[in-house]
Design a protein around this ligand. Structure first.
Ligand code: CTP
Length: 187
């Protein structure tokens, strides 16, 4: 989804910086591509790039936890192993101080309470728009091209999109972002 949004935004002549974890896709043509592997690297790149941005689209599925300890060496077979997980920082909350008049767009993934939980995240993460994704056995946004999403904005408007491609959803989302941007700057 991130690649589709970056590609569509670049085609609309936006100056796109794409920060991406390792995925099995060829990155689209953008102004600047920044590969990252860890949440710490993503956090560092975000804090640097956000200063010059008008809009952040945060569709990375950031892991909520990471292993407390990592090993450079192979961990040999044993009877049982326990991996302690520690929480990752919430990156959107970490960069809230940079927001000011910038537009922040988030994504949410829920297995239950999609509308209620996504509205909560829209508020608590100080977002302008959230794209709500349902995860069920029948509907899995990872790797699947046709999606059902709800695009919710901070004015309370919700747009339901059913069974549409990621390319289509990227275009609708960009229309929304651009409308919000120009609406706020009409004076
Ligand atoms: N996000 C973030 N930092 C994290 C986790 C998520 O910035 N450590 C961002 C995601 O990129 C997304 C939004 O927050 O834009 C919502 O992510 P989601 O995984 O749905 O929610 P969480 O905040 O992780 O909450 P929970 O897993 O409890 O639903």
């Amino acid at each position: 989804m991130g690649y589709k949004i970056a590609e569509a935004a670049f085609r609309r002549k936006h100056s796109v910086v794409l920060i991406s974890g390792p995925v099995g896709l060829k990155p689209p043509k953008v102004k600047k591509f920044i590969p990252i592997e860890t949440t710490d690297e993503l956090s560092g790149a975000l804090k640097k790039e956000i200063k010059n941005a008008d809009c952040l689209v945060m569709c990375a599925a950031v892991a909520d936890f990471r292993p407390d300890k990592t090993s450079e060496k192979k961990i040999k077979r044993r009877k049982k192993i326990t991996i302690d997980l520690v929480p990752n920082k919430d990156l959107l909350k970490e960069i809230v101080g940079y927001k000011k008049s910038k537009l922040f767009i988030g994504f949410s993934l829920e297995t239950e309470g999609l509308v209620k939980n996504s509205k909560k995240k829209l508020k608590s993460k100080n977002l302008d728009i959230i794209v709500a994704n349902r995860l069920t056995k029948r509907h899995n946004p990872f790797g699947c091209n046709k999606l059902d999403v709800i695009i919710m904005d901070r004015t309370g408007h919700s747009l339901y999109i059913n069974n549409k491609s990621k390319t289509y959803i990227a275009q609708v989302l960009l229309d929304k972002i651009e409308a919000l941007w120009y609406l706020e700057r009409k004076d």
